[in-house]
Write a protein that binds this ligand. Structure first.
Ligand code: GLP
Length: 244
């Protein structure tokens, strides 16, 4: 695990965006895994700025989404599809045929999940998977209790996660389930970059530093990956002691 402890939240955001844009520049046909959430919003904006400034196009890339709520109309303002359209596809000028959205509609979610896994395999796998982390250490929607062997599947959201995400939904509308890449699916990526900013992630990061492969805190599974970069701002790193 490589750790980048940035001097500010802005520097952490810029570090991750630079990694993404450098990857697209060096490998124009990159397959990128996209996380959602508040943490990633400024990263995607910074990527759009850098792509424009450095005159780099992402039109040969392919993108996979990490997860998506079930039970929402796909044009729901708080679906992750809407999020990716707004924060990535529009500013980066990405076409619809460049993005794989988790297939959450239809009656057979299990076969949908299997078809998503097939698509990932057929694409040659994700080159760079971007990740955030939940306050309870979830990655994607792999909540505490998720095993390392998990693949893309229907998952139940914990109350903690539903509360953390409830601001984007009206009363009683916060989804209870999602389709999420599994831990093994994520670990199949060639490289992982996780960004954590803010005090609310400090406990999960502290736990990460002191545990390995712990189902109670799924982010700990990432430490076994050969190319995992953890980018932290001072607040997210405030409970760890980095003797560097
Ligand atoms: C959401 C997403 C995760 C994201 C996490 C943190 O539930 N499923 O992919 O990393 O929660 O979100 P935020 O960045 O808003 O704290």
């Amino acid at each position: 695990m490589r750790i980048i402890l940035s001097a500010s939240k802005e520097e952490a955001i810029s570090a991750v965006a630079t990694m993404v844009v450098d990857k697209i520049e060096s490998h124009p046909k990159s397959v990128l895994g996209l996380a959602t959430g508040r943490t990633m919003e400024p990263v995607y904006q910074k990527c759009a700025d850098l792509l424009g400034k450095r005159k780099i196009k992402s039109d040969l890339c392919f993108f996979f989404m990490l997860d998506e709520y079930t039970g929402l109309p796909s044009n729901h303002p708080s679906s992750f599809k809407t999020y990716i359209r707004e924060h990535v596809m529009t500013p980066w000028k990405v076409r619809e045929d460049q993005v794989a959205f988790p297939p959450v509609h239809g009656i057979d979610i299990r076969s949908n999940a299997e078809s998503y896994e097939r698509l990932l395999k057929e694409s040659g796998g994700v080159d760079l998977q971007l990740l955030g982390v939940g306050t309870n250490g979830h990655i994607g929607f792999n909540e505490p209790g998720s095993t390392k062997e998990t693949r893309t599947r229907l998952v139940q959201l914990t109350e903690e996660t539903r509360i953390a995400n409830s601001a984007q939904f009206s009363e009683g509308e916060t989804p209870k389930e999602a389709l999420s890449m599994g831990i093994s699916t994520i670990l199949d990526s060639k490289s992982l970059v996780l960004l954590a900013t803010g005090k609310s992630k400090a406990d999960a990061i502290k736990y990460l530093m002191n545990h390995h492969d712990d189902p109670e805190c799924p982010v700990t599974y990432l430490k076994s990956h050969p190319d995992f970069t953890l980018v932290l701002d001072p607040e997210a790193a405030s409970k760890i002691n980095l003797n560097i």
